[in-house]
Design a protein around this ligand. Structure first.
Ligand SMILES: Cc1ncc(COP(=O)(O)O)c(C=O)c1O
Length: 396
C-alpha cells in the first residue's frame, strides 16, 4: 500500500472497497498505474470509456470547448452542443425529446417523476411503478427504490412508496401485478449489475402490448446496455419493441459525466417548465463529449466492430466453458458479456489484475466483460490468454 492509497483511505467516505492500484494514464484499451504497470482494460470504468483511451478526436473536441472558454452556461440559455446532441439522440433512437442530466441515477429519477405525472393525467391513483427483480437503477432514493435488489436498500428504509418488483421474463407474474394503479414499467434490456441477464424479445413484446392496452409507460433503462455496447445504438433495437422512455448515462460521455432521459410520443408532452431540472445537465463540455460518441455510433463501423468482436469473444468463452465445468453459463450480447461461475469470482478478479487485466464482477458469481468498444480481436485473445492462465492455476 503506497502513501497515496493510505491518504485516500483516510480521506474518502468508505463507500468503496478499492483495489490496491492507482490508475494514472490510458492509451487505446490499456490503462497504466502510477508505477508504470500496464493493464488490458475489460472494465472501461464500468461500461463508460467506450471509445478507449486517448482518442484524438475526443480529446480535440474537449480541448476546443475549453479554448472557447465556456464549459457551462445553465439551461436558462441554449448552447449548440446540447441542441445537436439531443437531435442526434432523437435521430439514432427514433424518439422525440431529450432531458440531459449528469448520471444514470438522475436519468432514472427524471423517468420516475415523469411516470408519476403521466399517471396523474388519467387518475390520481395511477402511481404505482413496477420494475424487475435483480434490476439496478441507481443509488438515489427513487432509483434505489426502483432497484430490485434488497442488498442496496436494506439500510436505508423507508423507501419511496408504490414501487414494486416482478421477475424478469415472467410475463404472467407481471400481468398479475398490473392494475389500474400502474403508471409505468421499468426494464433493463440487459441487466448489468444483476448479472448480465438479457430480457427476452418475446417478454418485451408482451410488456409493450400490455402497456399500450393499459395506458402504462414502458421505460427502458439503457444506462449500461445502451450506446453501442450490444452492437446496436440501443439494446432494444435488437427487438421490434420501442419504449416510451429510455434512460442513458455511462458511455454517453465516454468519461465526462452526462445522463439523459429520452422520450417518445405522449411521454414527450408530460413535463412542463418547472417540473424538473439539473443545473449542470446539458452543459457545453458534457454534450460536446456526447456528440463525439453519438457521431461515432451514427457512422456505423463501430457497431459492426462490436458485433464481430463481441461474437468472437463470446464463442471463445463458450469454448472455455466446455473445458471448465466451474463455468455455469456464458451470457450477454456484443461487448456486454458475463460468465457465471459455480463459485465466487472475487479471487479471480484479483489474480487477473496481478496478471495485467482489469475485470469487474456483476454480483458475487458473475465475471463481467465490458471493455472499450474499440477493443481488437488480438486484445480479446490477450485477455483470454490471461483468463485461461488464471483458470488453469485455479481449476486445473
Ligand atoms: C442499468 C443502470 N442503471 C442506472 C445506473 C446508475 O448509474 P449512475 O451510477 O451513473 O448513477 C447504473 C449503474 O451501474 C446501471 O447499470
Amino acid at each position: 500500500m503506497n502513501n497515496l492509497m493510505e491518504e485516500g483511505n483516510n480521506s474518502f467516505v468508505p463507500t468503496y472497497s478499492q483495489f490496491p492500484i492507482v490508475l494514472d494514464k490510458g492509451e487505446g484499451r490499456y490503462v497504466k498505474d502510477i508505477e508504470g504497470k500496464s493493464y488490458l482494460d475489460m472494465v472501461a470504468g464500468i461500461a463508460v470509456n467506450s471509445l478507449g483511451y486517448n482518442d484524438s478526436e475526443f480529446n480535440e473536441a474537449l480541448k476546443s470547448v475549453i479554448d472557447y472558454g465556456l464549459l457551462h452556461c445553465s439551461n436558462l440559455y441554449y448552447n449548440q452542443h446540447a441542441v445537436k446532441a439531443a437531435s442526434l439522440l432523437c435521430a439514432l433512437s427514433g424518439m422525440d425529446r431529450v432531458f440531459f442530466c449528469n448520471s444514470g441515477t438522475e436519468a432514472n429519477e427524471a423517468a420516475l417523476k415523469l411516470s408519476r405525472k403521466f399517471g396523474k393525467k388519467f387518475s390520481p391513483i395511477k402511481e404505482t411503478i413496477i420494475t424487475m427483480e435483480s434490476s439496478f437503477h441507481g443509488r438515489t432514493y427513487g432509483s434505489m427504490s426502483a432497484t430490485g435488489q434488497v442488498k442496496y436498500q436494506k439500510s436505508f428504509t423507508p423507501l419511496v412508496p408504490k414501487i414494486i418488483h416482478s421477475p424478469l421474463n415472467d410475463f404472467d407474474a407481471l400481468k398479475a401485478k398490473v392494475d389500474e394503479t400502474t403508471c409505468a414499467i421499468f426494464v433493463e434490456v440487459i441487466q448489468g449489475e444483476g448479472g448480465i441477464t438479457c430480457a427476452d424479445a418475446s417478454f418485451l413484446q408482451q410488456v409493450r402490448t400490455l402497456c399500450d392496452e393499459k395506458e402504462i409507460l414502458l421505460v427502458f433503462d439503457e444506462v449500461q446496455c445502451g450506446m453501442g455496447r450490444t452492437g446496436k445504438a440501443f439494446a432494444w433495437q435488437h427487438t421490434s419493441v420501442v419504449p416510451d422512455v429510455m434512460t442513458l448515462a455511462k458511455a454517453l460521455g465516454n468519461g465526462v459525466p452526462i445522463g439523459a432521459m429520452v422520450v417518445k410520443g405522449e411521454a414527450s408532452n408530460v413535463f412542463a417548465p418547472g417540473d424538473h431540472a439539473a443545473t449542470f445537465g446539458g452543459n457545453l463540455l458534457s454534450t460536446r463529449a456526447a456528440l463525439v460518441v453519438l457521431n461515432r455510433i451514427k457512422e456505423g463501423s463501430l457497431l459492426e466492430h462490436v458485433s464481430l468482436v463481441g461474437s468472437y469473444f463470446k464463442e471463445q468463452l463458450h469454448l472455455l466453458k466446455e473445458q471448465y465445468p466451474v463455468i455455469k453459463e456464458v451470457r450477454g450480447m456484443g461487448l456486454m458479456i458475463g460468465i457465471e461461475l459455480h463459485e465466487e469470482v472475487k479471487p479471480l478478479i484479483s489474480e487477473c489484475m496481478e496478471e495485467g487485466m482489469l475485470i469487474v464482477s456483476a454480483g458475487t458469481h458473475v465475471l463481467r466483460f465490458v471493455p472499450p468498444l474499440t477493443i481488437t480481436k488480438k486484445e480479446v485473445d490477450e485477455g483470454l490468454s490471461i483468463l485461461k492462465g488464471v483458470f488453469k492455476r485455479r481449476f486445473g
